[in-house]
Design a protein around this ligand. Structure first.
Ligand SMILES: [Zn+2]
Ligand SMILES: [Zn+2]
Length: 826
């Protein structure tokens, strides 16, 4: 027997898999396809434990499903554009492209060292012109379909990253990447009209039964649909002007006692011109506009309002109410004006108290004393009957929502409306290392798309590095100055690049035909492979990447380019990897890397531990004893297989099947059943692995019970072979080596997954004597392997014994397995 040498075994098989091109996938309509995809990484240059976890999960599925006779596609690639490459370029004085290429090479080696079964023929790199050519092509498709547009607006600006950010990339007022405070700036930027798909992005969540509920909920909240009425208030002093406001509570319209407009509202200036409030208001406006959206809308931020000297006319009753300018109202959301209903809105009540504005109750809860007005300390936001509401009095407010809206509609003063919280996706980035936006500006012709045959618009290859950042594309005259594709006159290129989230919004489609040079992807291939059957990645992408990818998919579906309108059938959001209860970090000194593990124990041990320590969607705590335990188990497997190989060359008896053989077969079939359903139905890889461990124990027990002269060679060989097959998705190298030792044909990873026979699982029964407080009280028949708990349950179910135990507490149970149970009861 040789000792288990993981490095030797792993290197041997990794080389062989590569030489034999073992994991290549081809479209093949005779088999059912299965698309397993892990979110592709950013090539930072280092694989961390989070990566190792997500790849291990994906690889178990890919290997398992191949053995279940699926045609599995399992590709990998690189989300290669982005800021860290620029930062590294400055730090190390190296071209971002070279830095990226070097990292990719290194990380790919690390991935292969884990034994992940990727089809490398499908590798893609989003920063390669072959790829970003098609990102540009898709941008132009969006442009032609009216989904890409440029507009000047207040945008999120991160000074540290020196670029704008999408709303999805601002977390609690901070940049998602560097945690700097985000400012607001007025800039002309490119947007994608994702709001045009808000409704479908929301309703189609219902199709995604294989997605975690919490991810769907996060998307639902982000899209933020609300129903209500848009209502027009005339300005008393300027009857030709109106202020439009959106409310979800038109039933409270009679309760409006003031109106607040955003400082950015275009009417502010004309309203205050010539009033005594003019100077004060304009001063306030310019001060507020320097604050960020987040500062202004924070829960604890003081709500400040200034009277404009003008009045709005309530369209439902002609009442005149003061118009104020308020810091907490934003132009970017809704209409930039809100009606104040202090009796029925918490924020409005607080505001009314502060500025001594009137309070009017218009919804009265049923079976309750009349609500106070001026002394009100809490707004009433519940249901009730409409009061102080003219002809609507007595109506239930829920019905009133519809009735008031209808009334306004008939009068041309308002209409039913649905609004969304979702904003359009800002995609311009003022950075070098990204996909250039393929637009040319001509003085005569305006914005002109770069003609398709001229794609890709390539990044300048020679990068000048200076200062603390890589200069943006505006710095390269050869890039900027071009002839207009329409009139041939002098023109200049757009110098912004695209948000890297565009690259990852369609990469799963490119994997189906990575070398296609006529289109972003080949139609037949994309139809065969899509959708992704199982997607695996982090929860941090719940509203970023996952929303954007759904949006792109829907646009391409509408353009007739693909036949699916949702990209990811099932989604698994894996948990985090911790060490000693904390996130791994350099400063805490608790970092374990995949390289460390591979070097010390081998990839199989690392994979096995990661999958065994916790179910995939739960957080995982890295602990050394656990790793040791998994390593010991693999050594046990190794010993079993190698010892058996030695023995079987001597003893090849074919003894009869007795009890020991029946027991071994029963264990085998129980393990097959458990491993199969745990992987397939529940992704409970941890319990699947313990079932394999139990099977290995059972094989040891069999060997001990029979002795090698009496092995039933056939039964033992079959059990060992199948145990090795069950282990193969989790620990692919040792399984492959064991398979070879056992004399198996071909690769273990190309074997059919074993079937289980339910009949084999039927267990033997045994009669057990039951004593209560030392006296024999009866006998029961139970399965041989019943646990103590089951025995007590069965004992209680026996009429006579149940009666004796009734109302008593069981103090102690003494069991002689298969023979006797003594229950001590008081
Ligand atoms: Zn930043
Ligand atoms: Zn022109």
């Amino acid at each position: 027997m040789t000792t288990y040498n993981a490095t030797q075994i792993e290197e041997k098989w990794q080389k062989l898999w590569k030489d034999q091109d073992s994991y290549r996938s081809e479209a093949n309509s005779s088999k059912t396809k299965y698309y397993v995809l892990e979110m592709f990484p950013y090539p930072s240059g280092k694989l961390h434990m989070g990566h190792m976890r997500v790849y291990s999960i994906g690889d178990v599925l890919a290997r398992f499903l191949r053995m279940r006779d699926y045609n599995v596609i399992h590709p990998m690639g690189w989300d290669a554009f982005g800021l860290p490459a620029e930062n590294a370029a400055i730090e190390n004085n190296v071209n971002p492209a070279h830095w990226t290429a070097r990292n990719i090479e290194h990380m790919k080696r690390q991935q292969n060292r884990l034994g992940v079964s990727y089809d490398w023929h499908r590798e893609i790199n989003t920063s390669s012109p072959d790829y970003y050519r098609w990102s540009q092509w898709l941008f132009l498709l969006m442009y032609r379909r009216g989904l890409a547009y440029k507009k000047k607006s207040a945008v999120n600006w991160c000074g540290t990253c020196a670029t704008v950010l999408a709303n999805e990339q601002v977390e609690k007022g901070l940049c998602w990447r560097c945690s700097s405070l985000v400012e607001t700036r007025e800039l002309e930027q490119w947007f994608l009209r994702i709001t045009g798909y808000a409704e479908r992005l929301l309703y189609d969540l219902d199709q995604l039964s294989g997605w975690p509920e919490r991810v769907k909920l996060m998307q639902q909240n982000w899209i933020g649909r609300s129903e209500g009425a848009e209502i027009a208030f005339k300005v008393k002093e300027f009857p030709e002007e109106e202020i439009r406001t959106f409310t979800t509570r038109p039933d409270t319209l009679f309760g409006v006692t003031y109106m607040v407009v955003a400082p950015e509202h275009p009417l502010v200036k004309p309203l205050v011109t010539g009033t005594e409030q003019e100077e004060e208001v304009l001063d306030f406006v310019s001060r507020v506009r320097q604050e960020t959206e987040i500062e202004r809308t924070a829960e604890e931020a003081p709500k400040v309002g200034l009277f404009t000297g003008r009045h709005a006319v309530n369209p439902i009753n002609g009442e005149e109410v003061p118009i104020l300018v308020g810091n907490y109202v934003l132009m970017a959301y809704g209409t930039g004006a809100v009606m104040g209903v202090p009796a029925h809105d918490h924020r409005d009540l607080e505001f009314a108290h502060k500025y001594k504005l009137p309070i009017r109750v218009v919804i009265q809860p049923e079976d309750q004393a009349e609500l106070p007005k001026e002394t009100m300390t809490e707004a009433y936001v519940g249901e009730g009957r409409m009061v102080n509401s003219g002809s609507f009095n007595g109506l239930k407010n829920t019905a009133g929502i519809k009735k008031v809206t209808e009334h306004l509609e008939q009068q041309g003063k308002g209409n039913f409306r649905v609004t969304y919280r979702l904003r359009d996706w800002l995609i311009s980035r003022q950075r070098y290392w990204g996909t250039p936006i393929p637009i040319i500006y001509c003085e005569k012709c305006g914005a002109v798309p770069v003609p398709e045959p001229e794609l890709p618009v390539e990044l300048p290859r020679e990068v000048e590095l200076f200062g603390d950042r890589v200069p943006s594309l505006a710095h390269y005259p050869d890039f900027v100055n071009v002839d207009c594709p329409d009139c041939g006159g002098k023109a200049h290129r757009e110098t912004d690049t695209m948000d890297t989230f565009i690259c990852s919004s369609w990469y799963f489609l490119r994997f189906t035909s990575p070398n296609c040079d006529q289109a972003p992807f080949n139609a037949a291939d994309v139809d065969y492979w899509m959708p992704v059957d199982q997607y695996i990645g982090g929860i941090e992408h719940a509203v970023l990447h996952l929303l954007y990818a759904r949006f792109f998919t829907k646009v391409l579906y509408d353009a007739g380019m693909i036949k699916v309108n949702e990209p990811f059938n099932r989604l698994l959001a894996q948990g985090m990897v911790y060490k000693d209860g904390a996130k791994m970090s350099k400063s805490k000194g608790n970092v374990v890397t995949p390289d460390d593990i591979v070097e010390q124990y081998g990839a199989d041990t690392g994979r096995l531990f990661i999958l065994f320590a916790s179910p995939p969607e739960k957080d995982l705590d890295w602990n050394e004893q656990g790793v040791e335990g998994c390593h010991r188990f693999l050594r046990r497997v190794w010993r079993l297989v190698t010892e058996y190989a030695d023995e079987s060359s001597i003893v090849k008896s074919k003894n009869d099947q007795g009890e020991n053989e029946t027991e071994l077969r029963r264990n085998l079939h129980a393990a097959i059943k458990k491993v199969t359903t745990d992987i397939e139905e529940r992704f409970n890889f941890n319990t699947a692995i313990s079932a394999i461990m139990e099977l290995v124990n059972a094989i040891y027990a069999y060997r001990q019970a029979t002795g090698k002269e009496n092995y039933n060679y056939e039964v033992l060989q079959e059990t060992l072979e199948k145990a090795v097959i069950l282990l193969a998705p989790f620990a692919p190298h040792i399984a492959e080596e064991s398979w070879e030792i056992l004399g198996g044909r071909g690769s273990v990873h190309r074997q059919h997954w074993p079937q289980y026979d339910l009949k084999m699982l039927e267990v033997d029964q045994v009669e057990v004597v039951i004593q209560v407080n030392g006296k024999v009280r009866g006998r029961i028949t139970v399965p041989t392997d019943s646990s103590e708990e089951q025995l007590i349950k069965e004992a209680r179910a026996n009429a006579r014994i149940g009666e004796l135990l009734d109302g008593k507490e069981i103090a102690k149970v003494i069991t002689v397995p298969g023979k006797l149970v003594n229950i001590v009861a008081r």
